[in-house]
Design a protein around this ligand. Structure first.
Ligand code: KDO
Length: 330
């Protein structure tokens, strides 16, 4: 596959240059430029947290320059941009990391994390350390903190009520374009169609797709409720994004400023998490008021089909032995 060859190339290039690079420490007055690119809108709580919490906390030694709505880099190309030295920060998904490291698809699989607290526990546990190290060593990218995106729910422009994955047969469900996302679409019983986040509103409006999945705060933020009729509360993925930074940029900071930057990322993640959780609680009524049907299907039917499909898939062959059990035990 073309992308994989390219991505392996990136890993090889990083490994080679890291042998030659002697990181310089930024001079006393010289501020480190930190450009972040993400597809999120400006009003997304992760964007709000990065702008109002992270940016000010690093302002003494860094210039934080966020670019939202995928204005700088297309969704899914940010990690490669960081790796090649063209970007310093992103909010990356486990699905994007799985394009480089297939074992990451475990963190992108349906019904794995139980909730926001479990997701944070997994990220901070010893079992996640080798994953962080692998990304740092092979891609030159540091995973600073885990951001809670929310529980992904089905959001459809069709009328037919959905109770089980069988009811999703033939539904053109938009998924972000990578293998682990497409697999999730199939595990939900749908016919997945890849599409960038910034094109989804128009896709729903024109009928190019029958639906999409995202957490409730994102559905509100992107105004998907204007062009859809129902939200099916499958909660199939407790979704996350990692706050990432170029290792080369991070290494230019003094240890004291590295610690400040780490704290800034953790504080931003915590602030975003609390706001997303609160919004998820409030938004069911918001969508009902907008005229959408919002209901809970047979979640056990969705969970058992998805878990079975994942365990029987090629994706799970890359998962370290016993890791699922360890994650479940946390
Ligand atoms: C999406 O494309 O549906 C998604 O929710 C995937 C996430 O990983 C994340 O990239 C997110 O979009 C963007 O940040 C936009 O909210």
């Amino acid at each position: 596959m073309k992308t994989q060859v390219t991505r392996r190339g990136v890993i090889a290039a990083v490994a080679a240059t890291s042998l030659m690079v002697i990181a310089g420490v930024a001079g006393a007055q010289e501020k480190l430029k930190l450009r972040l690119s993400a597809p999120s809108s400006v009003t997304d709580q992760r964007a709000v947290a990065m702008t109002t919490v992270f940016g000010p906390a690093v302002a003494d030694f860094a210039t934080f320059e966020p670019h939202w709505n995928a204005e700088l880099f297309k969704q899914g190309t940010e990690l490669e941009a960081i790796s090649r030295g063209n970007l310093e920060m992103s909010i990356a998904s486990a699905q994007e990391l799985a394009e480089f490291f297939p074992e990451f698809s475990i963190f992108a699989s349906a019904y794995l994390h139980r909730d926001a607290a479990h997701q944070k526990k997994v990220f901070e546990s010893d079992l996640f350390k080798p994953f962080k190290k692998m990304v740092e060593d092979k891609l030159g990218v540091k995973l600073l903190s885990v951001m809670y995106l929310g529980r992904r729910q089905l959001n459809l422009r069709t009328d037919k009520k959905i109770n089980t994955p069988e009811d999703m047969a033939g539904i053109k469900l938009r998924m972000p374009g990578s293998e682990s996302w497409m697999f999730m679409g199939r595990a939900l019983g749908a016919n997945p169609t890849p599409m960038a986040f910034t094109e989804v509103y128009t896709g729903l409006q024109t009928g190019a797709i029958d639906g999409q999945d995202n957490p409730l705060p994102t559905d509100k933020d992107a105004k998907f409720y204007e062009v859809t009729k129902q939200i099916v509360l499958t909660s199939h993925l407790v979704d996350l994004n990692y706050i990432t930074i170029s290792k080369k940029a991070f290494d230019k900071l003094s240890p004291a400023n590295q610690a400040k930057l780490q704290k800034a990322a953790d504080d931003a993640a915590e602030s975003g998490r609390q706001k997303q959780l609160k919004l998820e609680d409030e938004l069911v009524q918001f969508f009902k008021d907008k005229g959408l049907q919002v209901y809970t299907p047979n979640v056990d039917a969705f969970r058992s089909k998805a878990q079975k499909m994942y365990l029987e898939s090629d994706l799970s062959k890359a998962w370290p032995k016993g890791l699922i059990e360890k994650i479940n035990a946390l």
